[in-house]
Write a protein that binds this ligand. Structure first.
Ligand code: SF4
Ligand code: SF4
Length: 101
């Protein structure tokens, strides 16, 4: 399932387009990101982690959790704070370091 793009948050920086290993993300004429081939997305989340504007969100595939289960990253300089919301609305947060000293 491709990432959800929040159009109001997308700043058109192009990072998601640059980083997608499948070359699936593009900017439209309004400089907003979209996935041009949804069926080809394999949920690697590279684009979601690259977005500094919280404009992308992963919807957890139905095999793992029904809607409204969500996984939302907040990218900081040296860590990502993941917010996981399960199907009952329970919220868990995880911090993952992305840089070593
Ligand atoms: S990385 Fe985020 S802000 Fe930049 S173009 Fe992609 S969705 Fe928009
Ligand atoms: S989740 Fe991975 S494959 Fe899918 S659009 Fe983002 S970067 Fe590309």
């Amino acid at each position: 399932m491709p990432p959800v793009v929040y159009q109001d948050k997308c700043q058109g920086c192009g990072k998601c387009e640059e980083i997608c290993p499948g070359d699936l993300m593009e900017l439209n004429e309004k400089k907003k990101a979209f996935c041009r081939a949804k069926r080809d997305c394999w949920d690697c989340m590279a684009c979601v982690k690259a977005c500094r504007f919280e404009a992308l969100e992963t919807r957890i595939p139905y095999q793992l959790g029904y809607y409204p289960a969500r996984l939302i990253p907040k990218v900081r300089e040296k860590e990502i704070e993941w917010t996981c919301i399960d199907i009952n609305g329970k919220v868990d947060k995880f911090l993952v370091k992305t840089h070593n000293k």
